[in-house]
Design a protein around this ligand. Structure first.
Ligand code: HEM
Length: 400
């Protein structure tokens, strides 16, 4: 088995990653990768060691970056500056500034408009009959939602949908970087406007954050907007797409959900999150010497936590390779763990619920209309294209 294959995009296109992780969990759960195109790092593949690292932000720092980057790309520009890439102190201050936006009370107000958006998206798909689920469904709802948090005008949203999709799904690295630059430029302009004329939106909130008495520099506002935007869109899109594919591949589970949506929706969402686990890894840097799984870790070492591997660890999940919508308990690590636990967890669950509810309620027949194509990325997983054909359930339920 070649653990270094985890660094190749082709591994994820062909779906070999789970085979490699299974081998590593058994034979090399804390494995050293020597430097090459990437810096040297340790791979963690078991649930217990991953949880141990994620729970302790003093011993394992996020501020030099949480994603593997080729050495030629240099340091992560958000390092030490964004919410996800900061350590205790700054991290608490930034998290405190945005957390209310994602709290259940704030989200309850949003639920109704989200359901309307989901209904409109699925209505258009039913009218079309043949769709790419990634671009026609999964990419749309999360961008609409985060744009409403940021009070982004409706006329700008199609551009953002296009850039957000291209930033991860375009065919070439150049196209992906250009799309990401467009997003950064857009947020630079927006942050400057909101600093001059603040409103009650999430971008304005960030322009008012003070750390040690000083306002955040515009560049830090932009980096935080970018990371919130990407966090809010990419993972939800990929979870929706990979979740739909999993349901199509497990027709009995799909029928179960259709038969009694309200009963099975909550455990189904958790199992979709565990199974799809689209954020492929997060990374930390040890701040002091440690021992993990019997291996000596030096201060300064990088540790890559392969989250989908933790979620298939048989020591924590009975029958880990079975997709079971009734699984309970289901303490997956898809949304992280510890102080950096995903701030958007409840929002993500609401979005998945809104789309599943529409699909199970209104779509009678849904089938693959061509082969899915998978992203070639060690960072984010799932289909980049998912062609489907669908038809209405008859009679279609009447909206109340
Ligand atoms: C299914 C969808 C999602 C998945 C799989 C996911 C995954 C994750 C994971 C694994 C982390 C922890 C990273 C770490 O420990 O280094 C995280 C953190 C984060 N996520 Fe999500 N996420 C999702 C949805 C969202 C949404 C909807 C938002 C909306 C704003 C969001 C924003 C963030 C932010 C800002 C952080 C950093 C939190 C912190 O460092 O305190 N994510 N996410």
């Amino acid at each position: 088995m070649e653990p270094d294959a985890l660094l190749l995009g082709s591994t994820y296109r062909t779906g070999r990653q789970h085979e490699i992780w299974a081998w590593m969990r058994e034979h090399a759960p804390v494995h050293r990768h020597e430097p090459g195109a990437f810096p040297g790092f340790w791979s963690l593949t078991r649930y217990d060691e991953i949880k141990e690292v994620l729970r302790d932000a003093d011993a394992y720092s996020s501020s030099s970056g949480i994603l593997l980057r080729p050495l030629e790309q240099g340091a992560d520009p958000g390092g030490g500056r964004t919410l996800a890439l900061s350590d205790p102190g700054r991290h608490q201050a930034l998290r405190g500034a945005v957390a209310n936006w994602f709290a259940p009370r704030a989200l309850r107000r949003l639920a109704e408009s989200m359901e309307r958006t989901a209904s409109a998206i699925v209505g258009e798909c039913l009218a079309a009959g043949r769709i790419d689920f990634v671009t026609d469904v999964a990419a749309k709802l999360p961008v609409e939602v985060v744009c409403s948090f940021m009070d982004i005008p409706a006329t700008d949203r199609p551009d953002l949908v296009g850039w957000a999709t291209a930033a991860f799904c375009a065919d070439t690295p150049t196209e992906r970087s250009l799309a990401h630059l467009e997003i950064l430029e857009y947020f630079t302009d927006l942050a400057e406007r909101r600093r001059d004329e603040p409103g009650e939106d999430l971008v304005s909130v960030l322009t008012r954050v003070r750390l040690d008495g000083e306002l955040l520099p515009v560049e830090d506002v932009v980096l935080n907007c970018d990371s919130l935007f990407v966090g809010a869109t990419e993972n939800v899109r990929q979870t929706l797409a990979a979740g739909m594919l999993a349901l199509l591949e497990h027709p009995a589970q799909w029928e179960l959900l259709r038969a009694d949506f309200e009963r099975f929706a909550d455990p189904a969402i958790e199992e979709i999150l565990r199974w799809t686990s689209t954020g492929t890894h997060t990374m930390r840097r040890a701040t002091r010497p440690a021992e993990l799984g019997g291996r000596a870790i030096a201060a300064g070492d990088l540790l890559v936590c392969w989250l989908p591997s933790a979620n298939r660890d048989g020591a924590h999940f009975p029958r880990p390779d079975v997709f079971d919508l009734t699984r309970a308990p289901n303490q997956h690590l898809t949304l992280g763990f510890g102080p950096h636990y995903c701030v958007g967890t409840q929002l993500a669950r609401l979005e998945i619920r809104a789309i599943l509810r529409e699909f199970t309620g209104r779509v009678g027949r849904v089938a693959l209309d061509g082969a899915p194509e998978f992203l070639e990325s060690p960072v984010i997983g799932g289909p980049g294209r998912l062609p489907l054909s669908l038809s209405r359930s008859t009679p279609e339920p009447i909206d109340p």
